[in-house]
Unconditional design. Sequence first.
Length: 73
Amino acid sequence: MKLKITTIGNSAGVILPRELLARLRLEKGDELFALETPDGLRLTTYDPTLAQQMEVAEEVMRKRRTLLRKLAQ
């Protein structure tokens, strides 16, 4: 589905069509979680538990960057 970035106040945003909101079971005011993947960006419904786990994982990756690089070899 092709979406267009539009101006919203002083910011930019994407307007999700009503059909997509219905399919995702989202309503106005719900939160989404953006996850960067090798294929692009994945949007999912916001899960506080997943968000906390991602913060911990990113912190570990920052602190242990050298070790993770060695393990990847």
